[in-house]
Design a protein around this ligand. Structure first.
Ligand SMILES: Nc1nc2c(c(=O)[nH]1)N[C@H]1C(S)=C(S)[C@@H](COP(=O)(O)O)O[C@H]1N2
Ligand SMILES: [Mo]
Length: 300
C-alpha cells in the first residue's frame, strides 16, 4: 500500500484517555452522570471546553438545507436517513453498496473531542463519536495504485430544499489524499455527545478531518471512491482561488478576502476576544509530516 506513517500514533496520543469510551460505555456513562459529566474529565486534561449541544446543533453549514446558519436545524429533519447505504467503489477489492448498519457492526466507535475550524473563521470544540475512516477503507480493501479518496453527499431534491439553488455544484463533493484519509485523526462521525448525530450535522455519517477547514468534512455521505487522480471538489470548483484542494488550517495563509490568523469561538459571547488560529488547527505534531517538503502557500 502506498500510505505509511513513521510515528505510530496511538489513540491515547490523539484523544484524552477519559474520552475514549466506546459507544456502549458512553451510553452507560450518560445514564449515570448526565451529559456534563462525560465532557469534564477530558476538558481538564486537554484544556478543551466542548461547545454545548445547542451550539453544535443550531449553528451549522449544510447548504443543501439553506445558507443561513439556522437553516439546517430548521429544515434538515426532512432528510430520510433510514435505511442508508454507502457505495464504496473505484480502486478497492470489495466494491459494493454497504448498508449503514452493516458498516456499524464492523466498526469501533469512540469519542474524539476535536477543534473544528470553519474557513469563515469561526470555531467550536465538538465531542464527536465515530470510527476511523482507515478501518472502513480497509474493510473495502484499497488497491495498489489508489492515491485519493472522493466523497459524495446525498442529492435528494425532494428532501433538500437548498439544492434548488445553484450555490454549489451538487451533489456536494469532497476529497482527500489517501494518506490523509488513512490518518488516525480522520474519522467518520456518527454521533455527538453520545447521541446519534443530528441530520443538520450530517446524519447518518459524515467525515471529520480536524486539521482542515470545516468544508472538507462532508456530510451525509452516500459514496466513497478510491481513485488514482485528484478528485474535483464542490468548493474548489466554486472558487478555486479561495478554496484549495488541501485546505489545511493555516494562520499564515490568508483567505483572499479575510485573515485566517484568528478565529471567533462560537459561544464566547458578543465581546469575547478572537483566539489565535493554530497551525493545522492545533494538530501540527500529528499531521505536519504528511506535507513535508510541500509549499503550503501554493498547495493551499
Ligand atoms: N454536504 C455538505 N457537507 C458540508 C457542508 C455543506 O454545505 N454540505 N458544509 C461544510 C462546512 S462549510 C462546514 S463548516 C461544516 C459544518 O459542520 P457542522 O454544521 O456540523 O458544524 O460542514 C461541512 N460539510
Ligand atoms: Mo465551513
Amino acid at each position: 500500500m502506498a500510505h505509511r506513517w513513521t510515528n505510530k500514533l496511538t489513540h491515547a496520543d490523539v484523544t484524552p484517555k477519559a474520552a475514549f469510551l466506546n459507544r456502549r460505555q458512553v451510553m452507560a456513562g450518560l445514564a449515570g452522570v448526565g451529559l456534563a459529566g462525560l465532557a469534564r474529565p477530558a476538558d481538564a486534561q486537554e484544556g478543551l471546553e466542548p461547545n454545548s449541544w445547542e451550539e453544535i446543533t443550531t449553528y451549522n453549514n449544510y447548504y443543501e438545507f439553506g445558507t443561513r446558519k439556522d437553516d439546517p436545524a430548521k429544515y434538515a429533519h426532512t432528510l430520510v436517513t433510514e435505511p442508508w447505504s454507502v457505495k464504496i467503489d473505484g480502486l478497492v477489492d470489495r466494491p459494493g453498496d454497504y448498508a449503514f448498519q452493516d458498516i456499524m457492526s464492523e466498526m469501533t466507535v469512540e469519542e474524539r473531542i476535536y477543534r473544528f475550524r470553519c474557513v469563515e473563521a469561526w470555531s467550536m470544540v465538538i465531542p464527536w463519536d465515530g470510527f476511523e475512516l482507515a478501518d472502513l477503507l480497509n474493510m473495502a480493501g484499497v488497491q495498489e495504485g489508489g492515491k485519493y479518496v472522493a466523497f459524495e453527499t446525498a442529492y435528494r431534491p425532494d428532501q433538500m430544499p437548498g439544492v434548488a439553488f445553484p450555490v454549489l455544484e451538487w451533489p456536494y463533493r469532497e476529497g482527500l489524499r489517501l494518506d490523509e484519509a488513512m490518518h488516525p485523526l480522520t474519522i467518520m462521525a456518527t454521533g455527538i455527545y453520545g447521541e446519534t448525530i443530528p441530520n443538520q450535522n450530517g446524519a447518518p455519517l459524515r467525515l471529520v478531518v480536524p486539521w482542515k477547514y470545516g468544508f472538507k468534512s462532508i456530510k451525509s455521505i452516500v459514496r466513497i471512491t478510491v481513485t488514482d487522480t485528484q478528485p474535483p471538489t464542490s468548493w474548489n470548483m466554486a472558487g478555486p482561488r479561495e478554496y484549495g484542494f488541501y485546505s489545511n488550517v493555516n494562520p499564515n495563509v490568508d483567505h483572499p478576502r479575510w485573515s485566517q490568523g484568528s478565529e471567533r469561538r462560537i459561544g464566547g459571547g458578543l465581546f469575547a476576544k478572537r483566539e489565535p488560529t493554530l497551525m493545522f488547527n492545533g494538530y501540527e505534531e500529528e499531521v505536519a509530516g504528511l506535507y513535508e517538503g510541500m509549499d503550503l502557500a501554493k498547495n493551499y
